[in-house]
Design a protein around this ligand. Structure first.
Ligand code: XMP
Length: 513
C-alpha cells in the first residue's frame, strides 16, 4: 500500500493546499471527511493524520467533530487552526472565543527549537493567522513550543504521543517557511520516505490500468486540454492500441487546436485517433442563438450526440476513460459559512449520459493539476499541451457575445491567436491563469488610411487565479498591450478597436459570455 498521510477535512478553504504541500514533500496524501470513522482510517494505515482548519467554532451547535477514537490510533496528529482547537478540546484543554479575531500576518517565536516541527527553521518567522477562537488552557501533558504576539499557544506539542497543534496556517504562501513545517511533520515525525513522485506514479498507474482493463477496449474523449491529454498519454502507455481517442471539432475551437491534437496524438504518439469534424452541425444549431446558457446547452447536447455516434463508428468498447482530477472527487464538507463549499463550479458540463453503458476508467483521479502537468512532462507530452491555460468546454461560443457566426469565429480566432502568441513570447502566458480575446457584438467607427471603418471591438482578458473561483486582472505592461492592440487592428480584418478588461472576479466573471 502506498505510504500516505490522511487529512480530516473540517471545511477549510485551505484543505487542498495542505494536501498539495504534503505531496510536494513527495508523500501521498488523502483527504477524508471530518467524521470518517477511526476504524476506516486504520484500514488505510496512514503514517500521520492532519486535522484541517474550518470555519466553525468547536463550541458551535453544528460544529464538525471527529470520531474521538482517532486519538487512539497511535499515529502522529497535526492539528491546524480549527484542528488545534479540536485536538486541544479532545485532550482536555480549553478553547474560548478570542478577544479579537486574529487575522493576517503574525510573528512566530519558537520557544523550543528541539520540537521536530521546527528543527530546520529560524527562531523567528512570519506566519499567517485566521481564527476567532483560541486556546486558553493547555491540555494535560502538552506544552507550548512557539508563541505569537497574540497567542501563548501558537504551537503546542505532546511529544511522546506525537500530537502537535498549530494556531496559524503553515500551508499558505503568507507563511513563507510553512511548507518546511509540513515537510518536517511528514518526514521527521511520521517517518515517511519520499516515494511519491510522478516518475514512480507512472509504473503504478500503468499496472493498475492493465489490471482494470485486461484485454478490453477503451474510448477517451480528447478535448486538447491538459487533463484528457495526460490521461490519454498514460492509458496509451499502459495498453497501446486498445485505446481509441475521439476528438470532436465543435466549430468553436481556437486557431490550430484541431491540428495540434492530430499532430501530437495521431502523428507523434501514434495513438489511434478518430477525428470527428462536426463544425457545420454545431454552427447550424447555434445560428441565431444569443443567450449564453442556451449556447452551452446546445453545445453540450450536440457534443453528446456526436460523441455517441462516433463511439459506434470506432467499434465497441467496454471502458470510457476520463481525465477526472482529485478536486472533483473529494467529498466536500457542506458546512454553513464555508464560502469555498458554496461557490463550487456551477457550469461544469455534466459529462456523458449514464445510459452509455461504459465502465469508467479514471487514471488520474487522485492527482492535483500541478501533478498532472508533471506527469504529462514525464510522459513526454510537449510543453505546449502540458502548460495550456484552461479553455471552456463551449469554447469560443462564450467568448463571442451575441450570435456565433462563422465570420465572427474567424475574427476571434485570429485575434486570440495573436494574444496567445504575444503572451507566450513575453513569458506571461505560463505565469497567469488565463489570457484571451473576446469579441464584442457592437461595432464602432474608426479610420484606416483615408477610409472610415465600422468594425468590431476585441476585448483582451488576462487574469490571475488559483482555481477560477476568484480572479484578479493582470497588470500587463503597456508595451505588451500596445503590441497586442497594434497587431490585432493591423492584422485582423473587421476589428478597429481593442480594449483591456480591468475587472476582477467578483464582481465580474472570467468569461464575458
Ligand atoms: P467564470 O466565467 O465563471 O469562469 O468566471 C471560471 C472558469 O471556468 C471556465 N468556464 C467554463 N468551463 N464550461 C467549462 O468547461 C463552461 O461553460 C465554462 N464557463 C467558464 C472559465 O474559462 C474559467 O476558467
Amino acid at each position: 500500500m502506498t505510504e500516505q498521510i490522511a487529512i480530516l477535512d473540517f471545511g477549510a478553504q485551505y484543505t487542498q493546499v495542505i494536501a498539495r504541500r504534503v505531496r510536494e514533500s513527495n508523500v501521498y496524501c488523502t483527504i477524508l471527511k471530518y467524521d470518517t470513522p477511526a476504524r476506516e482510517i486504520a484500514r488505510l494505515a496512514p503514517r500521520g493524520l492532519v486535522l484541517s482548519g474550518g470555519p466553525s467554532s468547536v463550541y458551535a451547535e453544528d460544529a464538525p467533530l471527529p470520531d474521538k477514537e482517532i486519538f487512539s490510533l497511535d499515529i502522529p496528529v497535526l492539528g491546524i487552526c480549527y484542528g488545534i482547537q479540536i485536538l486541544a478540546t479532545y485532550m482536555g484543554g480549553k478553547v474560548e472565543p478570542g478577544q479579537k479575531r486574529e487575522y493576517g500576518k503574525g510573528r512566530l517565536e519558537i520557544k523550543d527549537p528541539s520540537c521536530p516541527l521546527f528543527v530546520t527553521l529560524p527562531a523567528k518567522m512570519q506566519v499567517w493567522n485566521s481564527h476567532g477562537d483560541k486556546l486558553t488552557k493547555m491540555p494535560p501533558g502538552f506544552k507550548t513550543v512557539a508563541v505569537t504576539e497574540n497567542s501563548d499557544y501558537a504551537a503546542i506539542e505532546h511529544r511522546s504521543k506525537r500530537f502537535f497543534g498549530l494556531q496559524f496556517h503553515p500551508e499558505v504562501v503568507h507563511t513563507p517557511r510553512g511548507a518546511e513545517i509540513i515537510r518536517n511533520f511528514v518526514h521527521h515525525i511520521c517517518g515517511c520516505g519520499s516515494d511519491w513522485t510522478m516518475h514512480n506514479y507512472i509504473d503504478q498507474a500503468v499496472e493498475d490500468i492493465r489490471r482494470q482493463v485486461g484485454s478490453e477496449r477503451v474510448i477517451l474523449g480528447l478535448s486538447g486540454g491538459v487533463d484528457s491529454s495526460v490521461a490519454a498519454a498514460l492509458i496509451h502507455k499502459a495498453i497501446g492500441d486498445q485505446l481509441t481517442c475521439i476528438f470532436v471539432n465543435n466549430g468553436v475551437l481556437r486557431g490550430r487546436e484541431a491540428e495540434i491534437v492530430q499532430e501530437v496524438f495521431g502523428r507523434n504518439f501514434k495513438i489511434k485517433l478518430h477525428y470527428e469534424n462536426a463544425s457545420a452541425l454545431f454552427l447550424k444549431r447555434l445560428k441565431g442563438v444569443i443567450d449564453p446558457e442556451r449556447k452551452r446547452k446546445i453545445i453540450g447536447r450536440t457534443f453528446i450526440e456526436v460523441f455517441q455516434a462516433a463511439t459506434k463508428k470506432v467499434g465497441q468498447a467496454k471502458f470510457l476513460a476520463q481525465g477526472t482530477l482529485y478536486p472533483d472527487v473529494i467529498e466536500s464538507v457542506p458546512i454553513a459559512g464555508n464560502p469555498a463549499a458554496m461557490i463550487k463550479s456551477h457550469h461544469n458540463v455534466g459529462g456523458l449520459p449514464k445510459k452509455m453503458r461504459f465502465q469508467l476508467l479514471e487514471p488520474i483521479k487522485c492527482l492535483f493539476k500541478d501533478e498532472v502537468r508533471q506527469l504529462g512532462l514525464e510522459l513526454g507530452l510537449p510543453r505546449e499541451v502540458v502548460f495550456r491555460q484552461p479553455f471552456p468546454g463551449p469554447g469560443l461560443a462564450v467568448r463571442i457575445l451575441g450570435e456565433v457566426t462563422p465570420r465572427r469565429c474567424a475574427i476571434l480566432r485570429e485575434a486570440d491567436s495573436i494574444v496567445v502568441e504575444e503572451m507566450k513570447a513575453s513569458g506571461w502566458y505560463q505565469k497567469i491563469w488565463q489570457s484571451f480575446a473576446v469579441l464584442l457584438p457592437v461595432r464602432s467607427v474608426g479610420v484606416m488610411g483615408d477610409e472610415r471603418t465600422y468594425d468590431y471591438t476585441i476585448a483582451i482578458r488576462a487574469v490571475e487565479s488559483q482555481d477560477g473561483m476568484t480572479a484578479d486582472w493582470v497588470k500587463l505592461p503597456y508595451e505588451i498591450l500596445e503590441k497586442l492592440s497594434t497587431r490585432i487592428t493591423n492584422e485582423v480584418k473587421g476589428v478597429n478597436r481593442v480594449c483591456f478588461d480591468i475587472s476582477s472576479k467578483p464582481p465580474a466573471t472570467i468569461e464575458w459570455e
